[in-house]
Design a protein around this ligand. Structure first.
Ligand code: CTP
Length: 397
């Protein structure tokens, strides 16, 4: 619920703008208040009057409204909210955000704000996939802008693919997750997730079967308890959760660098299935040489991210949690692993193929800490995530 929360809703000029009227209604139903800002183009799709009527608040449209500057300057307007939501976030609006433009009220507010920002992109599929737009999306991600969507589906222009704005109910969910007041409000948690890809040559890589489902569920559960989550993910097959800062990496070395730059944090949870080795990658594609002999891959050990952070002399998170993927003697191996790496807890799971856990929807874990081992019943990865997030909240309290 959003009781007492203030949302500054910037409505961009796209056909999805009509869905933003529904979003206003949902936010208010959830107990929040909405101050709508319409770009000039947005007013071609929805009227300020309908936004104002649904929000029961004044609507802002122009930077040069002098009366308003006297009442509430744009700087104050940009900071008076608990969250700035841009829906629909058009390609143009995101390009302006990424470039730091301030040539109308919406872009000026976005440049001036020190409040977290959540964007819900909506545009034609080709525009979404265009490298220029993808560069802007990556820049915004790196700047800590939160994003939900776009969804994939039929588009108003008749094409199919990613580009549809997320449904208002899902955007509301992302807003609630961002603003949730919970036991972890004010705490920063870093979560690693997914596999890593270690290149062999420019076209091949070594990977593993991790889907990223457990790390994603965990990031969502932590953010649901109010945590600010930095989600460092390898190339996972499930999409990252809404409402968290996403940092995408490929290799173990990149993951370590991303984790270092995300610190300081109150807790760090290492759910990624990091490759233990990387290959001395060839510059060009490795070719068969006709001799019938396979090429030799030279492997070097990757940095152990969990051990590195656990053993930090300065700036170690108060709570460091690792996972242990084991196929034999799960508890004994994981207990030894906890000691060796120096983390506080190890969440051990049996990843033998017959368990169906790796890449599956369920997990059966044993949580090992200094006190001993606690076996949890098999449950969905979401249920395991919620229980673990609550345990983390209790430990940080
Ligand atoms: N981990 C890590 N960096 C690595 C390897 C593993 O941060 N280079 C983390 C994982 O995210 C996980 C924990 O360490 O939280 C244990 O991973 P696991 O693969 O079970 O252990 P390994 O250290 O790889 O040990 P082994 O393969 O020998 O069992």
């Amino acid at each position: 619920m959003l009781h007492g929360k203030r949302i500054l809703l910037i409505i961009g000029g796209g056909i999805a703008a009509f869905k933003s009227l529904e979003l206003i209604r949902l936010i208010r139903k959830s107990g929040g208040s909405v101050t709508p800002v319409l770009t000039r183009a947005a007013q071609e799709f929805v009227t300020p009057l309908s936004a104002s009527a649904l929000a029961a608040e004044k609507v802002y449209t122009s930077l040069f409204d002098l009366t308003d500057e006297a009442e509430m300057g744009h700087i104050e307007l940009s900071r008076s909210a608990d969250l700035v939501v841009v829906a629909p976030a058009t390609a143009d609006l995101m390009a302006k955000m990424a470039g730091g433009h301030a040539d109308d009220l919406a872009s000026t507010l976005l440049l001036a704000t020190d409040t977290p920002v959540l964007v819900a992109p909506a545009m034609n599929v080709r525009m979404w996939l265009n490298p220029a737009n993808q560069r802007n999306v990556a820049t915004l991600e790196a700047d800590g802008v939160h994003r939900i969507g776009p969804d994939e589906g039929d588009m108003a222009c008749g094409e199919y693919g990613p580009g549809r704005m997320s449904e208002p109910a899902d955007i509301l969910g992302a807003i609630e997750a961002r603003l949730a007041d919970g036991p972890l409000t004010g705490q920063h948690v870093v979560v690693t997730s997914g596999p890593t890809h270690e290149p062999i040559d420019p076209v091949r890589y070594i990977a593993n079967r991790s889907s990223g489902a457990q790390g994603t569920a965990l990031a969502l559960a932590l953010s649901g308890l109010g945590a600010r989550v930095t989600f460092v993910t390898g190339p996972a097959s499930v999409p990252p959760p809404p409402g968290v800062s996403v940092v995408r990496v490929e290799t173990a070395n990149e993951m370590l660098a991303a984790v270092r730059s995300a610190l300081p944090a109150d807790a760090a949870v290492f759910a990624a299935a990091v490759a233990d080795w990387h290959v001395e990658a060839a510059k060009g594609k490795i070719k068969k040489d006709g001799s019938g002999k396979p090429p030799t891959l030279k492997l070097s050990e990757n940095p152990d991210i969990l051990a590195t952070v656990s053993q930090m002399k300065k700036g170690r998170p108060k709570l460091v949690v690792g996972f242990a993927a084991e196929t034999d003697d799960v508890v004994a191996n994981a207990t030894a692993k906890r000691k060796r790496k120096g983390c506080d807890w190890i969440v051990a799971n049996d990843v033998s193929p017959e368990t169906g856990i790796m890449g599956g929807h369920e997990n059966a874990v044993t949580v090992i800490d200094a006190e001993g081992a606690e076996e949890w019943p098999r449950a969905s990865k979401e249920q395991v995530a919620r229980r673990l997030a609550q345990r983390i909240a209790d430990a940080l309290a």
